[in-house]
Structures are given as structure tokens and as C-alpha cells.
Design a protein around this ligand. Sequence first.
Ligand SMILES: *Cc1c(COP(=O)(O)O)cnc(C)c1O
Length: 390
Amino acid sequence: MKKDQSRIIREQAPRSATREHSVPLYLTSSFIFDSAEQGRAIFAEEEEGMVYSRYANPNTTEFINRVCTLEQAEAGLAFSSGMAAVFASFAAFIENGDHIVSSRAIFGSTHQLLTQLFPKWGISYTYVHSSNIEEWEKAIQPNTKIVFLESPSNPGLELYDLEALGKLKEKHPHIIFSIDNCFATPYLQKPLKYGFDLAIHSATKYMDGQGRVLGGVIAGKQELINKLMFFIRHTGPAMSPFNAWILSKSLETLGLRMDRHCSNALALAETLEKHPEIEQVKYPFLPSHPQYELAKKQMKAGGGIVTFDVKGGKERAFRFIDALEMIRYTSNLGDSRTIATHPATTTHAKLKEEERVSLGINPGTIRLSVGLEDQEDIIGDILQALEKSK
Ligand SMILES: *Cc1c(COP(=O)(O)O)cnc(C)c1O
């Protein structure tokens, strides 16, 4: 069998009668049956075949297969957005009275699901704010259905020990262990090999990598994906074939792009660490990161996000952002273009000050999604903005 990178490029939707080389865009809501008998057989699941694009489409299937190769997963499903995937990863499995254990530092909308929406349906949660595996074990209750986490976290870049969590899963085989693997991407980190059941992605970020389309994907155990399939068939958060076509093409360059995101990010982190106007820098592959050894063990490289605190708090952070010349301020990440954000007044503005600080978000914290531009230009823009904002 071919190696992963070759498979990601070469495994594509079946060639049509036109003998195209690159995969066409299948903008069709439904698929015809050759006969009444075939229609019956496909509906009865005796014969495989596409029916309707809410269930499956050649473009989404190709995208999913490529993600499964990357995640080393048995099966997968595509969604209209990352949040549709995150929501389904809970909603397809939980019942009234169930309990969820989750890491505290999670994506804002996921936090809203756990704290605002699910309690209305009788679903409770416990947040764990520690990488100590005993704390995770303590949080598990008899009615715990799902253990969920993000690693590295946003924007604090804290890690959780995936191997230790995989061992915890062995002790609790009936609990679904799921991870939002969006920040690391399956190129850098493969949680399923530690025993996780589901890996979830916002494909909007590094999988697209160019800030164009929204998408989500879940890869994992066949049995769970079957249950999720029932959920999507009847609730409708399907990915558009157009977005799947874009995202599937993007996966062909994911590895190349991630290598460049990571080398640019590491070079920037090393430069900032020595800079007198910077209070602290967080990056998993800096030896000063408290979980550097763990990062080296479970990630291939440090990722594309660098989080740092400028001296002078919020006022300085604002002056710094406004002084950037090439880098833009926008709420996305994982783009080929470098992006700066100020989490304390945007994504995490609704939290209480002490809660923010416990997540590593200070008034002077900047989250940088390091792009693919020339390293000198990225670092140059940051250095000139630090100088100008003094
Ligand atoms: C962006 C993001 C999401 C949500 O994805 P959308 O595609 O914007 O819906 C979920 N989790 C993480 C970690 C994200 O960065």
C-alpha cells in the first residue's frame, strides 16, 4: 500500500466517463437509480450507492477518506462547519441524565454548548483544568458518557497527555473519548492511535488553510460513525460538495503547509523569547514550555500558533496590533496569511477576569496564527510593531 502522502493525493472519487485527471465538482442534490429494483436495493442497503447529498456525495466522500488516511481512522463524516461537527459529536450520543467531562480551555462555542444548551436538556458537565490524569479520573461519574478535550488549547497552548488519557479510556471502555484536534491537525498529532474514539476538526482552519470555506469533520471508530450517520441523515448538517471539493484539494498540501507554519512559528517564538518588550512566549516546541517533553512525544512539530504577552497590558497590546503593517487582525486562524488577535477583548471577552487569567489570557496577550509568508517579513512586522508601540 502507498504511503500516506501519496494516498492523500492519489485516492480520489471514481473517475467519470469523461476521464478527467483532477476530480470534478459534483453539484447535484440527488443521484439517479438505473431501475426501480436498484432504487429498492440501495434504500434497503443491500447495494451501495449514492442517494442524496445530505447523506453522501462523491466530493464529501473523497474528503472524508483523505481525512481518515491522515487520522488513521476506520471511518468519518463531514459537516457544514466545525461547530456542526462538535455539536453532533455530543448530540448523537448523549441522553437526558448523562454527564460530560471536558477540559476547561475549549473553543468558545463549545463552552456555550456545555454551559448553556446541554443543561436545558438535562446534561451536566465537569470541567477539568489540569493535565494531571488523576484529576480526570476523579471527574468521571457513573453517568459520564463522553470525555472531551482540546490539545493544544486555545490560546494558552496547554497540552494534555494523550497516552495517559488513552489508558484511562481502557479503564472506562464504555465512555466515548473525543478530542477536538483542530489546532494540531492530524498531520502533527494522531490521537486515535492512543485509543481515542473520535477526532474532530474545524476544517475551516488548517485543512482549508487559506481562509475560504467553513467545514467540519469527524474521524474515528466505525460503530460510532454509524450512529453519527443516523444523526446527520436526519438533522442535516451536511457539508456542501463545493466546500468538500476545496477542502479535499487543500489536504494534498496540508503536510507541506504545516511544515512551513511550524518552522515560521518556531523561529518567531525563539526571537520573541529574547525580546525585552515581551513578558512571556508560549509555544509547545520551545524548551521553556512547561510541557516541552510531552509536546515532543505526542506532536510532530509545535503547530502554527504562538501566544505571547507584550509588556504594558491592554493599551500596549492595542497599540501593537494597530502598528502591524502586513499582519491583519481577524478572527480566524490557520490561514496562509499571518493573523493577530487579542483574546481578552474578543473571543474570551465574556469571561470573568480571573477565569481568563487561569486560561493564560492576560490583558497583554496576543495570539498569532503564523502564516506562510517569508519568515523575515513576519518577524520584521512584529519587531517594527513592538518598537512603534513602546
Ligand atoms: C474554529 C474552531 C471551531 C469551530 O469551527 P467552525 O468551522 O468555525 O465552526 C471548533 N474548535 C476549534 C478548536 C476551533 O478553532
